[in-house]
Design a protein around this ligand. Structure first.
Ligand code: FE2
Length: 368
């Protein structure tokens, strides 16, 4: 019997490795409404990379770029393009979390270290997840700095909080990984066995093996339900799976999408659209059948149709969601904006409409 004896508190931050962190920071700030709060680089005596810390609500993104080809991760940019390198998880005890994970079969990437600077002690250690993705256990209980050693608050003359325009993104709802065909169960087992997650039964195989979906998905979550990681693998279908397309362009398994929670999806999506974020669109006919499918909802169907927001209902309530197009040139990482009104599910009632929308995009790319 596995108990959840690695007390994972929350997702601390998501670390992206990108070709040009300065310009990515501009994108996430001006399109997604993040505030740029900290910087690391030559000016803060960090010689090998530049980093930006962005924050909105409880969400923290860290964008990193190498400053030379000697950077140990510089090859990632050729293999993967821009993408998520690490999902960092806040834990009460870094050493014991790491030792427990490794003793249960996790691959160590970086042993526990405690770095001390003028702001206190920052502890972290990393293990391998799918592909080149890692999980870092972090503890900042004894650290008062803006993010982690090396980072300094951003210069007010470079980015000021006064000019940030948050769009209402509040927290990370879930982070989805794409893995190779036949590997989904292995990774579900990894999260169960190594990190003490439980598998949710929100999808079963027959729900998702339609001719359109061409993917299989299972969801694991930690004991408190605050950390949710769906895992996808490609499935054989009439058309090339969107997961195969991802694996080809990312050069292996990795993070497919990050779902960001909002308390008011209509206002959030309006603001993001005004900032030129591109979202997937479903046909107007989706909204004709919506009232019959989901019953009464608080939002106006006209508003949802205007913005392209999808709705799904289960026994506990309903949820609203929308997906961006990929945020880089490779058809890899994208984002979801989600608002929950009782439902804890992931929108399986939208799969058909959504996957057809994705297929239209794949068709334009010649990868279907
Ligand atoms: Fe999602």
């Amino acid at each position: 019997m596995i108990t959840n004896d690695i007390p994972l508190r929350r997702i601390d931050h998501v670390r992206f490795f990108v070709g040009n962190a300065r310009q990515s920071a501009y994108f996430y700030r001006n399109a997604f409404g993040f505030e740029v709060v900290a910087y690391a680089g030559l000016e803060t005596k960090v010689r090998h990379e530049a980093g930006y810390v962005l924050r909105q609500g409880e969400i923290t993104f860290v964008l990193i770029s190498p400053l030379s080809k000697e950077h140990p991760d510089s090859q990632r940019l050729i293999s993967h393009g821009d993408g998520v390198m690490d999902i960092a998880i806040d834990v009460a005890d870094v050493s014991s979390s790491f030792q427990t994970a490794v003793s249960r079969g996790a691959t160590a990437v970086r042993n526990p270290e405690a770095i001390e600077d003028e702001y206190g002690i920052y502890e972290s250690a990393s293990i391998r997840a799918y592909g080149d993705t890692t999980h870092t256990f972090v503890n900042r209980d004894r650290y008062q700095g803006v993010h982690s050693p090396g980072f300094k608050p951003i210069d007010a003359d470079r980015y000021s909080a006064a000019t940030a325009h948050p769009v209402g993104l509040a927290a990370i709802d879930h982070i989805v990984g794409n893995v190779e065909e036949g590997k989904m169960n292995e990774w579900v087992e990894f999260y169960r066995k190594v990190l003490g997650f439980e598998q949710l039964v929100s999808f079963d195989d027959k729900d998702i093996s339609t001719e359109y979906s061409a993917l299989m998905s299972k969801v694991v979550q930690n004991g408190t339900g605050r950390i949710k990681f769906p895992i996808n693998e490609p499935a054989k279908a009439k058309r090339k799976s969107q997961i195969d397309e991802y694996l080809q362009y990312y050069g292996g398994p990795g993070v497919q999408h990050i779902a960001l929670m909002t308390g008011d999806i209509i206002e959030t999506v309006k603001a993001m659209r005004a900032n030129d974020v591109s979202f997937l669109r479903v046909p107007k006919s989706y909204y004709d059948s919506l009232p019959a499918r989901v019953g009464p909802i608080r939002e106006s169907i006209d508003d949802l149709a205007e913005l392209g927001i999808l709705v799904d209902r289960d026994e506990e309530g309903y949820m609203l969601q929308i997906f961006t197009k990929p945020v880089a040139d490779r058809p890899t990482l994208f984002f979801e904006v989600i608002q929950r009104r009782g439902s804890k599910s992931f929108g399986k009632g939208n799969f058909k409409a959504l996957f057809e929308a994705i297929e239209r995009e794949q068709d334009k790319r010649g990868t279907l």
